[in-house]
Design a protein around this ligand. Structure first.
Ligand SMILES: Cc1cc2nc3c(=O)[nH]c(=O)nc-3n(C[C@H](O)[C@H](O)[C@H](O)COP(=O)(O)OP(=O)(O)OC[C@H]3O[C@@H](n4cnc5c(N)ncnc54)[C@H](O)[C@@H]3O)c2cc1C
Length: 432
């Protein structure tokens, strides 16, 4: 029996497993196994809209069981704790798994760039759980600010800092502003628009690095017009319980810091004794193989193609992961069927960035769109990319209802005690 194992059920891993299934599914001598620590595929581009209560969390995921139906591949929901490439063995929390061919598609993790306190004092936005926790925490902060009489503490509670002016940071910032303008100031009588401060911090000269400069400029102007502070040339040098230090100089006090700056390799890759590229990503050859172990492939956010050219993009974005998943799977089929391997060549066709309700900037193959038309396109493309009619309808309905009815501010899980209130009362900041 030839054992093919795919690790990770994100964009890259799912594409790999479905390609393998379509090419090898009928063969009796091949066993395909997918292992992932989550039993679903997450549509990450819509995570900011979970934070702003625009759409429901379960509407942007598709369970593996639904995708699998009568397909043959096995699915194991478990965490990979280690990979022994010499022995072709994968260690899981609940056991071990051997393989003949392997696709490592376990994605990346937030890159804190060794900034002291960043990991422990900021919120990340990578997983569904991150988005739900962040949403609850923001709403809890608003609940406290609503009845806070001390103006300094209230300002602190209503200051939201987003670190990282990439597309995730920009989309989250505009979603947050929409939530505040469309819902909070109407329903929280103790909060006025002027009390709220949203700031986007970016280390470089401009936000949206890598995006067409004209579109990036347009996005910046839109953010500023909407009352968002865009602070470029602002490097966060330290994070504490009470806020962040910028450029080793001044401190911004705040209740919430959200870290969206950067992606690094999954910590599991750190233990692999193979060549690594920038930010610990596994270095792969033109065929997406790990050079030292040609039966092992690495793709997506966790990998980087050696001697990258624009035609061999390793950008940490979904289309790259999907394309790499397809090529890695095809190359495994080629190896099993003794055919030559296929080279990975892919240039992403563009970028779509939402600027909140009714506005977006888009560049598809050099064709640029801004404003309402771009926003309609953004919605249409994301709806089409969502897998499954049920999910498409659910998200479309969420969007429609969100334009007619108010959003909601129910806190789903017990949040941590408000640390600003805890500090004021001199008590420990622990769970209720
Ligand atoms: C908030 C946000 C917004 C984004 N917006 C866009 C966008 O608009 N457009 C775009 O192109 N890209 C976007 N991206 C980037 C895109 O999501 C990634 O580039 C893409 O998901 C990478 O695919 P991947 O398969 O490498 O990893 P992932 O999709 O991250 O999948 C990794 C998989 O591995 C699993 N896994 C991780 N560790 C383990 C372990 N130890 N054991 C078992 N399983 C494990 C995970 O559960 C997951 O199933 C966004 C990302 C985020 C976080």
């Amino acid at each position: 029996m030839i054992k093919v194992v795919v690790l990770g059920s994100g964009f890259g891993g799912m594409e790999a497993v479905l390609t393998l299934e379509s090419r090898l599914g009928k063969r009796k001598d091949v066993e395909i196994t997918l292992v992932s620590n989550q039993n679903y595929t997450l549509f990450t581009p819509l995570l900011p809209q979970i934070v702003s209560s625009y759409i429901e969390p379960r509407h942007i995921i598709q369970t593996i069981r639904d995708i699998r139906r009568d397909k043959k591949f096995r699915f194991i929901r478990d965490s990979v704790t280690g990979i022994d490439l010499d022995r072709k063995l994968i260690r899981l929390s609940e056991g071990e798994l051997s393989c003949d061919y392997l696709v490592i598609a376990i994605g990346g993790t937030t890159n804190y760039f060794n900034v002291p306190g960043a990991e422990s004092h900021t919120f990340a936005l990578k997983t569904l759980q991150d988005s739900a926790e962040l949403r609850d925490h923001i709403i809890d902060m608003l609940e406290h600010a609503d009845h806070e009489h001390d103006i300094t503490l209230k300002n602190e509670m209503l200051t939201f800092l987003i670190v990282g002016g990439g597309y995730t940071g920009v989309e989250l910032t505009t979603e947050l502003r929409d939530f505040i303008c469309r819902y909070v100031i109407k329903n929280y009588k103790g909060i006025r628009l002027n009390d709220v401060r949203i700031a986007l911090l970016e280390v470089s000269r401009e936000i949206l690095e890598g995006v067409d400069p004209e579109l990036a400029k347009r996005a910046r102007a839109k953010l500023q017009k909407g009352g968002i502070e865009v602070r470029t040339d602002s490097k966060v040098t330290k994070c504490t319980e009470n806020g962040v230090e910028i450029n080793n100089q001044y401190i911004l006090r705040t209740g919430i810091v959200i870290w969206t700056a950067g992606v690094r390799a999954n910590p599991i890759s750190d233990s692999l004794t193979v060549r690594k590229g920038k930010f610990g990503r596994i270095l792969v050859n033109d065929y997406l193989q790990i050079q030292e172990f040609p039966e092992a492939y690495a793709i997506g956010d966790n990998a980087i193609v050696d001697r990258e050219t624009p035609a061999k993009s390793s950008q940490p974005i979904a289309p790259v992961a999907i394309h790499q998943g397809r090529i890695a799977a095809r190359n495994i089929v080629n190896s099993i069927e003794n055919r030559p391997l296929e080279k990975y060549l892919f240039t992403p066709s563009g970028m779509l960035i939402s600027l909140g309700m009714n506005d977006a900037v888009i560049n598809i193959k050099g064709f640029k769109f801004v404003g309402f038309i771009a926003w309609l396109l953004w919605n249409a493309v994301h709806l089409l990319k969502l897998v499954g009619l049920k999910k498409q309808l659910q998200v479309a309905l969420d969007w429609s209802l969100g334009s007619i009815f108010p959003r909601d501010s129910a806190i789903i899980r017990f949040p941590q005690r408000c640390r600003i209130c805890a500090r004021k009362r001199g008590v420990e900041n622990k769970k209720y």
